[in-house]
Design a protein around this ligand. Structure first.
Ligand SMILES: [Zn+2]
Length: 272
């Protein structure tokens, strides 16, 4: 598949790429902000990502690549960008350990994104400043993965959210996710002053703070429903069936990496 969409918001531009156009979770936006690239898109889209960066570097300098976390849609082209443009790659230290070697992913992720090439990153500082003066504060925001960071531009009220958002309603849970940490991370970013959020899947969210608040509130109220049903004596399986329905093809194709049952279990563990 070729380019799906180009996006722009002030000094931020981006390209949405994806092998399949089957909804937002199978496509990815690579963002540029001044002389920084934020996340890389999946390796099977390198041709398009490379063309986009080539076009960008004709008009602007590019000096840094920042990674929000290790997932193959975010880090897949990091090694390619590093070797093609000779720019350093930055991430937090947990992500650094994850991306330095190849890691196994379920077959469905291999089909949608491809396997990321390992890459050596430099440790990002809490207050990152690019060569051209772009200032991004690194916020550790675990929950989706242990190694996830968001990048906050206080001056413009921008937040690059990695996979903290994706959608306001949650229906499946990845076996490596931690819902309690996700809520803490959402609360952490919601304490900041920002308006626009840049999600690589959903896109540019002009009311990003409202959208992230909606997600946090959805999780809390959904967990309350789950707990109320558990109090009535319903089993995890019964609650799951009532609120989310049976496990479906998506769960099967993900080799049970994503399950509805996992979400119910995570809600039961969420502190009140
Ligand atoms: Zn992710």
């Amino acid at each position: 598949m070729s380019i799906i969409e180009r996006v722009n918001h002030g000094l931020v531009s981006g390209i949405r790429v994806g092998r399949f156009n089957k909804g937002i979770n199978t496509t990815f936006i690579v963002y540029t902000y001044k002389d920084i690239i934020i996340d890389t898109g999946p390796i099977n889209q390198w041709k398009y990502v490379c063309a986009f960066i080539n076009e960008y570097v004709n008009k602007h300098e590019i000096n840094h690549l920042l990674l929000t976390h290790h997932h193959e849609d975010h880090s897949g082209n990091a090694q390619n960008i590093f070797s093609t443009y000779k720019i350093p790659v930055y991430s937090n230290s947990i992500c650094q350990q994850m991306v330095k070697q190849e890691y196994n992913i379920p077959i469905i992720q291999k089909i949608i994104w491809g396997t990321a090439k390992p890459v050596i990153t430099e440790t990002i500082t809490d207050n990152f400043e690019s060569k051209q003066g772009a200032k991004l504060r690194m916020l550790e925001t675990p929950g989706h993965t242990d190694d996830m960071s968001c990048f906050y531009d206080e001056q413009n009220g921008f937040l690059f959210t990695g996979d903290l958002y994706i959608a306001s309603k949650v229906r499946y849970f990845h076996k490596e996710e931690d819902l309690t940490k996700q809520v803490q991370s959402l609360n952490k970013v919601l304490s900041l002053d920002f308006e626009t959020a840049f999600c690589p899947h959903r896109g540019i969210m002009k009311n990003g703070k409202k959208d992230l608040t909606k997600k946090r509130d959805f999780i809390i109220s959904f967990a309350e429903q789950v707990k109320a049903l558990a109090k009535q004596g319903m089993s995890t399986k019964q609650i799951c069936k009532q609120l989310l329905g049976r496990e479906d093809l998506f769960t099967l194709l993900s080799s049970f990496t994503f399950t509805k049952k996992g979400l119910i279990e995570a809600c039961l563990k969420l502190p009140t």
